[in-house]
Design a protein around this ligand. Structure first.
Ligand SMILES: O=C(O)CCC(=O)C(=O)O
Ligand SMILES: [Fe+2]
Length: 342
């Protein structure tokens, strides 16, 4: 992380001016709005998510639910089976999926794209433990993960206040203008792929997020999370993705998140829902569905094998996770061979 952090440009002044919003996102690659989303609705969602997380055993007993006070002995991250066990319970909440369809966000996306948008079915929550900073989301472009179309936008929303020390998102303004997918490498952090930031000038922009604040950005914008260096607070946030209706979407974005680590079907997600309007809503939308390009993930894993042979501890951990997730997979067998030879 570059030492120097600058503040986001706030775009509330141009809220009703679609042309100006489009000009700004073309220039900066992002739009940041204070209180775009209703704080009360987000506080309610926070309590629902944290109640599930508490029942999963991740919170310190006897603490106030709203504080999200983590039990550090339970630390885990994406890629761990223990993470998916609790995460997938959160994933079943109807309210969590509905948050990706709130009108205030859809309106902004429609202003940006100039027409009706498709919210991706694959919503994501991030439940990031404190004092676990080697797992922090590294610098990356989202396109390597969701693919489909460059003109896909993420809305990143902290579900609670997110001051710098809790590890919110930071971006390099204007970095999307390279208009290309940069070289990504193995990383232990969330997503497992990182751009080498030495080659990126920065500066990085971020803010002390308050509940309701929302960051919208382009799929080629370079961004990363800041480390969660609080003593004991869990960071809870949403990443929702949107694209103009009719653009191609990659098939894995039509699946629940992390279902490769721990199978989860939409029918399981929907089992306890009250209403049907958001179940399989994308099936009526006419759009090209394209296969997932595995080359980014495969390259990262191949790098992890080489790094592990050279004694890299992050790579060792990544390989152990791959074995734990699915011991019979080809990757797990390659990982086991490398670890055994050490
Ligand atoms: O919240 C995080 O740590 C990562 C979020 C992210 O990279 C995204 O929303 O695309
Ligand atoms: Fe991202």
């Amino acid at each position: 992380m570059a030492a120097e952090l600058t503040e986001f440009r706030v775009s509330n002044d141009a809220s009703d001016d679609a042309a100006e919003l489009r000009r700004r996102i073309a220039e900066d690659g992002y739009l940041f709005f204070r209180k775009l989303q209703d704080p009360d609705q987000l506080r309610q969602l926070r309590l629902e998510m944290l109640a599930v997380i508490r029942d999963g055993g991740w919170l310190q007993a006897g603490t106030d639910l709203a504080d999200g006070t983590a039990d550090l002995s339970q630390r885990c991250a994406e890629g761990d089976i223990a993470y998916a066990d609790v995460y997938h319970e959160v994933y079943k909440l109807e309210s969590f999926h509905r948050a990706g369809h709130w009108p205030e966000v859809l309106e902004k996306m429609e202003q940006i794209t100039g027409g009706p948008v498709l919210p991706h079915p694959q919503k994501i929550a991030r439940l990031w433990f404190p004092q676990y900073t080697e797992h922090t989301t590294p610098a990356h472009q989202d396109f390597v993960h969701f693919q489909g179309s460059y003109d896909t936008y993420t809305c990143w929303t902290p579900v609670g206040d997110c001051p710098i020390e809790l590890g919110g998102l930071a971006v390099v303004p204007g970095s999307h203008k390279q208009n290309a997918v940069l070289e990504h490498h193995f990383s232990l952090g969330a997503g497992s792929l990182a751009v080498d930031t030495e080659q990126q000038a920065g500066p990085w922009a971020t803010t002390n997020y308050e509940i309701g604040d929302s960051l919208i950005f382009h799929s080629l914008l370079l961004h990363q999370a800041l480390p969660n260096v609080t003593a004991d607070r869990l960071r809870v946030s949403l990443d929702n993705r949107y694209q103009a209706r009719g653009l191609p979407v990659a098939e894995h974005m039509l699946q629940p998140h992390l279902n490769i680590f721990h199978a989860l079907t939409w029918d399981e997600v929907y089992a306890g829902w009250q209403s049907a309007d958001l179940q399989y809503y994308w099936q009526d939308v006419d759009m090209p569905i394209i296969p997932r390009d595995m080359s980014y993930a495969e390259k990262g894993f191949a790098e992890a094998l080489v790094l592990a042979e050279q004694g890299d501890e992050h790579a060792h951990l990544a390989l152990r996770r791959a074995i734990e997730r699915d011991p019979d997979s080809e990757q797990a067998q390659a990982a086991a061979a490398v670890l055994a030879a050490l």
